[in-house]
Design a protein around this ligand. Structure first.
Ligand code: KPL
Length: 305
């Protein structure tokens, strides 16, 4: 029998993960922030609009996380880095029993260490994804772009746990890779997010629109150069040209997607800009560098209404 699986978070990525797992016949429970969303999912099921067209209505099992029962299976943690407050981590500690596995899908860096500190005796797996998803309402999600999921093996996580997570996500139809270069994967994703997310949020455009104008590409390139220099000082590997092409590829693969930062701005939620561009500014300071483009991006996103 499959071990108990929970998707924590009923946002775009959480609903995508749950929908793909349900579609593959895997039982899982969605722990939502609100009772209303849990009731809606239980009553209506989860509608998944597939990336290649087509739609599936899947029976869903959800529970507001305040009412959830402790478990020691696998938790796919699909909440923003900004949600990982002390209070949240204390509740997670209650809900995930020792021996349980938490798969962390947050953008940015620094959260894996915070989770390890807050959840001793639990396995923490880092997941870096370029999947695009859009929550259309509390019970409907669109898979807006197929990317991949890289699971980090930094030597702390038991092989058998990593493989269980890899198997589950692969069965769900995702392209999953085990990576031995966890830090590099996270920095690479941070670079992608530091370029795509603020520009799409400030200009209110889908990801694919960045490459559709020379002016926007120029802005993207300036943010890219600066961010690449900062992360390079922290050991980011890879040729600049390859990394730039990787950003263009993600923009293309998720062309119709509204980035998570744009979705947050449009919904009036706090964005992850401090964990992304603000983090680059702090990292730059740590190495005696300046990061004016990232400073500007952070200030502009924070000023958006
Ligand atoms: O990670 C993303 C995000 O929106 O946060 C990308 C890969 C840019 C997809 O939109």
């Amino acid at each position: 029998m499959d071990e108990k699986t929970v998707v924590l978070g009923g946002g775009s990525l959480g609903l995508l993960l749950a929908g793909k797992l349900y579609a593959a016949g895997r039982e899982c429970v969605v722990w939502t922030r609100t009772r209303e969303q849990a009731e809606r999912l239980n009553a209506e099921g989860l509608a998944l609009e597939e990336a290649g067209g087509g739609e599936r209505l899947l029976p869903a099992f959800a529970c507001a996380w305040e009412n959830a029962e402790p478990m020691d299976g696998i938790v796919l943690l699909a909440v923003k880095q900004t949600a990982l407050t002390e209070r949240f981590l204390a509740r997670l500690f209650e809900l995930v029993a020792p021996g349980g596995t938490v798969v962390a899908f947050q953008n940015g860096i620094g959260h894996i260490e915070a989770l390890r500190d807050a959840l001793p005796d639990r396995e923490i797996v880092a997941a870096v994804t370029t999947e695009g998803a859009l929550r259309l309402n509390g019970a409907r999600v669109r898979h807006t772009g197929s990317g991949d999921i890289r699971l980090g093996d930094d030597g702390h996580t038991r092989r058998e746990r990593l493989q269980a997570v890899e198997r589950m996500l692969t069965e769900g139809g995702f392209s999953v890779f085990l990576s031995k270069q966890l830090n590099n994967e996270m920095m690479r994703k941070l670079l992608i997010n530091a370029v795509i997310n603020p520009l799409t949020a400030i200009l209110r455009i889908p990801n694919g629109e960045i490459a559709n104008s020379p002016d926007r590409l120029e802005l993207a390139r300036a943010l890219f150069r600066e961010t690449h220099d900062v992360l390079g000082a922290y050991g980011l590997e890879g040729e600049a040209a390859d990394l730039w092409n990787a950003i263009l590829r993600v923009g293309e693969a998720t062309a119709g997607n509204r980035s998570s930062m744009l979705q947050d701005v449009e919904a009036g939620r706090e964005t992850e800009v401090e964990a992304i561009n603000g983090m680059i500014v702090r990292m730059a300071i740590g190495k005696g560098l300046d990061a004016p483009w990232n400073r500007m991006a952070t200030a502009l996103v924070k000023a958006l209404k």
